[in-house]
Design a protein around this ligand. Sequence first.
Ligand code: ADP
Ligand code: GLC
Length: 468
Amino acid sequence: MKIFNLSIECYPVAKVGGLADVVGALPKYLNKIEGVEASVIMPWYNKPFVHDHSFELVFDGWIHQHDQTFQVMVMKERSKILGFDLYLVKIPGLLDRENPYGYWDESQQFLAFQHGVLHWLTAMKIRPDILHCHDYHTGLVPFMIENCPEFNFLKGVKTIGTIHNGEYQGQMRWEMAKYFPWFYGENWGLLDWNGYINPLATMIKCCHAFNAVSGGYMDELFENFRGLEILVRQEHAKANGIINGIDTEIWDPKIDPFLDFNYGKEDAGIGKWNNKKELCSTYGLNPDLPLFSFIGRFAGEKGADFLPEIVEKSIQETRGSLNIIILGSGDKNIENQLSTLSSKYSNFAVDLGYKEYLSHQIYASSDFLLMPSRVEPCGLNQMYAMRYGTIPIVRYTGGLRDTVEDISTGGSGLNFGEASANGAVHAVHRALSIYHEEGLMDQLVQSNMNYDFSWEKSAQKYWDLYKK
Ligand code: ADP
Ligand code: GLC
């Protein structure tokens, strides 16, 4: 079975968040299953991976968007180094940028990607069994193959839509329809949601099956989906929840090249301590204190606006008996508040930026990882933390609910219910009492490292869905 994953991010080519990790791992694990041939199609970016690897031009053509004509080139990575075929779609002027997001004409950019891919497949008579569309950026594909005569050749190809984040739906004004490949106008309703074109809604309406990246989040979407609740209830027969895995070949403290000291379950105590000492000396923190961390985008859904208050209250209420380190960027106001706090408290450090190596070092060095998310479709950080012997402190929501069980009920993490700084600070106090209980930390480090979050199980679930 031939499966094409369509995505705007894929690790290690271009990563902004978990979408990249998932798309970089799922096809690799699917390809270990007999009879599966999974690959990834993504935009070309001006990134090191693209320049450091060798590509073959497999297609060169043109598409029209409104009154403009764009060249479309498709490049295939030669060595299959990622464990799957990787195709990059380059459209000079739209898909030749530094980053996946952040451009004023983003809607046109994503439209061009979807149009370019379908044009290439049609022109080259490549008909996969499944087009697997990730998030709203590729959500119009199921509509386009059924409603744009230009892609008649692909009519009937089965489509799966994965919702990594329902907060982002790609809504655009109807005047953007002029950038679409020509479509049968009578079916405009498939594009519309409340007077706007809504690609995520279109994906849900037009795909053959869709899933959210955890069962818990899928359940939540029926109640709270930024206006799409009615739609998802109507389409419930197509709905699935499949939890993400983690790529245990990349995220392995035993061989992780980003770590100063590698370690396994047998020497986790000393391994984590050595990493912690190194990290603390870089950031001027005292390694004898318990280390709490946060890694992620400074966005409302991550509860990042709680962070300044969490930092301040945790340090004040414990009279400085803990350290906190934060790695992330996003909302400028939060960035500024955290910078100010880092000058005020010697127990707190912040690194504003995106640093893959540092994230690995923090997972390895921390005693606790905080995730005060308001919304968390799956969350990968808690699974990376656990794999590195770090205790996750998570708000009880979405994928966090499905992956982290509280120690009070036999698990090895900490849950809190209230989406607020106080909810998180209360959990920090609980964590500190655990930290000071003789022998308990070692036990929790071990049990966290014993969890199996590898992709095998979840890849099998996608395979079952494809077969269906
Ligand atoms: P989301 O995709 O919503 O941001 P996930 O938990 O699914 O959240 O995935 C986040 C991914 O991005 C993880 O691999 C995490 O380590 C990584 N990450 C987030 N922020 C940073 C950062 N500032 N530097 C390095 N890695 C980061
Ligand atoms: C999204 C979600 C995150 C999830 C990731 C990968 O970015 O916010 O919770 O882990 O996608 O599916």
